[in-house]
Design a protein around this ligand. Structure first.
Ligand code: C5P
Length: 232
């Protein structure tokens, strides 16, 4: 896999016009555009179709973090199937039966990525949510569920990669909470540099603000791709 194809940029912007302008600038420097809740709720499925039509070389990652009863998750995946996205996210905390329903519905072209524990959650947040296990233990358990259900991959922080490589060796490991040395952490808690995450086994990195808020987003993306390449 090319270094560039491992970089997913989060198009966390309010509208399609801003997303298309960012995509135009970034198309040669990244492997995938991530459409998350802000953009999807504002613009709906057409934004995914338009990205695919205008930038066919760049895959789309639909980050909906679906979490509901299996029948409803299945319905959401059925609707997502026709949009041309490469991946869609669902919450792994729902359990194997829920994940299996999503995998069955997705077919071959749409990969289900299971979100283990959000990278914005630290130990305190896990406790507040009623968990008695640590974030790392939860990630490992959910990675096993994702593998058992036949998911294409999982989303975890760089800090759990070693555990996850053992629990789910064949799955894609998609890692947000990426911060190049010296960049602002923001609301992320379990963060890591691009090079460290790749060295520990990440297959894809998700980067939002360090690229989107940079003075020159394409240059920031290129620098991260170079860091990925040197860590491979
Ligand atoms: O700006 P930043 O690099 O923190 O953006 C990270 C992106 O990855 C956001 O779009 C966020 O929704 C997403 N994400 C995450 N943690 C997860 C799954 C997705 O931060 N566990």
């Amino acid at each position: 896999m090319l270094a560039r194809s491992r970089l997913i940029v989060a198009l966390d912007v309010p509208d399609a016009a801003t997303a298309m302008a960012s995509a135009q600038r970034l198309q040669g420097s990244v492997g995938m555009f991530k459409v998350g809740l802000q953009l999807f709720v504002a613009e709906g499925p057409n934004v995914v179709r338009t990205l695919r039509q205008r930038f066919p070389e760049v895959d789309v990652f639909l980050d909906l973090k679906i979490h509901d009863i299996p029948n409803t998750m299945r319905g959401a995946i059925a609707s997502a199937r026709n949009l041309g996205a490469r991946f869609v996210t669902v919450h792994a905390g729902s359990g194997v039966e829920h994940l299996k329903a999503c995998v069955e519905e997705a077919g071959d072209d749409l990969g289900i990525l299971a979100v283990t524990v959000l990278t914005s959650q630290d130990e305190q947040a896990c406790k507040e949510a009623g968990h008695t296990r640590t974030a790392a233990e939860l990630v490992e358990m959910r990675a096993r569920c994702a593998a058992e259900a036949g998911c294409a991959g999982l989303v975890c922080s760089g800090q759990e990669l070693e555990r996850v490589n053992i629990a789910a060796p064949d799955l894609f490991k998609v890692v947000p909470g990426i911060r190049p040395a010296g960049s602002a952490v923001g609301d992320q808690k379990r963060v890591m540099t691009p090079a460290m995450a790749i060295e520990r086994g990440a297959t894809h990195l998700v980067v939002g603000r360090p690229i989107m808020k940079a003075d020159d987003p394409a240059a920031a993306a290129t620098q991260i791709v170079e860091e990925i390449a040197s860590a491979l």
